[in-house]
Design a protein. Sequence first.
Length: 116
Amino acid sequence: MTRLAHEWTAVCRIDDIPRQGARRVQRERGAAVAVFRSFDDRVFALLDRCPHRGGPLSQGIVHGHGVACPLHNWTIELGSGEARAPDRGCTARFAVRVDDGVVKLDAHELATLAVD
């Protein structure tokens, strides 16, 4: 069954996320979600787990639209969750939007995506 509309959950204000930084969003089930803010104020959301060894991406260094995992320096693209070559792998990406400075994530994805 395909969902037609998103139901958005407010998680923080954009000003709560430092530029080139991240904020963790805990969930009832599954790993936390890392919400990133780039230098140009774009906001991205990924599962807070590197596809390589599960490192906490929220603790990595954001550069451009990528984040370097703090464990082994893999760079993960914020827009897709894909590891940059030559590394291979992907972490889950979450839909995100910003309305009047409020960062929102898709409620259905928060409850169901990558909870195992």
